[in-house]
Design a protein around this ligand. Structure first.
Ligand code: CA
Length: 458
């Protein structure tokens, strides 16, 4: 359960893994994100999946600690059960074990932990470099729901279609969402094939009829994914006071979007093939426990906004239900890569600007009795902030507003250091999301990366 700050958040803790003490690392000893990686069994010549946590520029192989007998004593029975599985599904079901697992792993990784020759050997054996490790999803994503919780995103996108009335009347009352597809969720580093689909007839020639072909307006959406922990029984809603206990941790999520297909298909039932061809998650689960120091008040609502209905309102959630997570998007074209030019930053925003909190999303999702299951993924929706630099997709970033003739102005291209221009994504482009949390008096923690490269349509 999320019970506030404790000794695992102590900013003075250091690790014997030197790279974890670098002030700029995403993965100091206070973070310990969970991952699953592929490892090779020499004897059977087989790859298998194993649990790890990230520390500095290394992965700690938990299986190696288990094999060494580190968790044989009775006091470790519960935590050993969590560590014995190839993925994190058991821990997700037991949120009260998260802090215990953190404590046990921190104890091994602390620079003041005592150890003889045997421990020193185990330290060497149980580490592998992140850059040489292949990661897979931290556990099987069972179901995927995508929300629309950023009012700044909803307002900007709404203004493209309804300049006088950007926000639909339900927005401030009900968290808007739709059911996505879990089968096409891929892990960071997986290439993304440009989808083909139906596109609307040109605006100036509606009688021409739709066409079918490669998407021309391919976009990313910068989101945070919430991975569900215990979840609820069908028919039994989760109350807002308990909602946060059902979130296991957060990851980065890129909800790739085919804007031309979306525009043609979304009415009246919402997104379909424009969204479900691929969604990328970062492979590391940053637990809510690790994020405790970075909780903040929910985004204040103007006094003229309606108060949420009672089932969506909780004083405590209003005070501490936000998370101050800085989110960044970078782009590197194939030409930039070839010429050795670093990815450029397209935007920077914060997760704290969302109109609805994570607890409100969980509560609303289950309010009709719908059951959330361990491993379900809830997307926040594109995280955009109030300023143009904090827009979380190209649809918003290259939008230049409505002209004096009442029609949209031509989109404003983004200039790349290679001299190329982008309005939407080109083949060979790599999109990279990063996220981190900083607060005075605490260690900076980060989420690692969520990246994908666009392949040409088949
Ligand atoms: Ca989305």
């Amino acid at each position: 359960m999320n019970t506030g700050l404790n000794e695992t958040h102590d900013p003075n803790l250091k690790s014997w893994v030197e790279s974890a003490n670098d002030p700029n690392t995403d993965f100091p000893i206070q973070n310990l994100p969970l991952c699953v990686f592929l490892t090779h069994d020499e004897q059977d010549d087989l790859d298998f999946e194993a649990q790890g946590v990230l520390i500095g520029d290394q992965v700690l192989d938990i299986n190696m600690l288990l094999q060494s007998g580190m968790f044989d004593a009775d006091e470790y029975n519960d935590v050993a059960e969590v560590f014995e599985r190839p993925d994190w599904s058991v821990l997700a079901r037991k949120p009260d074990m998260v802090r215990e697992a953190r404590r046990v792993l921190q104890r091994f990784l602390r620079d003041d932990s005592i150890g003889g020759q045997q421990v020193r050997r185990l330290r060497r054996k149980s580490l592998r470099s992140i850059s040489e490790t292949r990661f897979v999803a931290p556990f099987l994503v069972a179901n995927y729901t995508d929300f629309y919780a950023s009012i700044h995103h909803a307002s900007t996108v709404g203004a493209m279609f309804r300049p006088d009335n950007p926000l639909l009347p339900n927005y401030k009352h009900v968290p808007i969402g739709y059911h996505g597809r879990a089968s096409s969720i891929v892990v960071s580093g997986t290439d993304i094939r440009r989808p083909k689909g139906q596109q609307s007839p040109p605006d100036d020639n509606p009688s021409a009829g739709p066409t079918f072909g490669p998407c021309k307006l391919l976009d990313y959406e910068l989101e945070i994914g919430a991975l569900i922990g215990p979840g609820n029984t069908l028919g039994e809603p989760i109350s807002i006071a308990n909602a946060r206990d059902h979130i296991f941790g957060l990851c980065l999520l890129n909800d790739w979007s085919a804007r031309d297909m979306q525009k043609w298909e979304y009415q009246p039932l919402g997104p379909f093939l424009a969204k479900n061809f691929a969604s990328t998650i970062s492979p590391f689960v940053v637990t809510l426990e690790a994020l405790e120091p970075f909780r903040c008040p929910a985004e204040p609502r103007p006094a003229s906004d309606p108060r949420p209905l009672p089932y969506l309102f909780d004083e405590n959630d209003q005070r501490t239900g936000g998370y101050d997570i800085t989110l960044e998007v970078y782009l590197q074209s194939a030409d930039m890569l070839k010429r050795g030019l670093s990815p450029i930053r397209l935007s920077r925003g914060s997760f704290k600007n969302l109109y609805w909190t994570l607890a409100q999303l969980v509560t609303h999702h289950t309010s009709n009795g719908c059951n959330l299951q361990p491993g379900d993924l809830l997307g926040s929706g594109t995280v955009s902030g109030p300023t143009p630099e904090s827009r979380g997709c190209l649809l918003e970033l290259t939008w230049d507003g409505i002209g004096p003739d009442g029609k949209p102005k031509p989109r404003k291209p983004i200039e790349l250091p290679s001299g190329e221009k982008r309005i939407f994504l080109a083949d060979g482009d790599t999109v990279i999301f990063k996220a981190f949390c900083e607060r005075e008096g605490f260690r900076r923690i980060g989420f690692g990366e969520c990246r994908g490269t666009i392949l040409p349509a088949l």
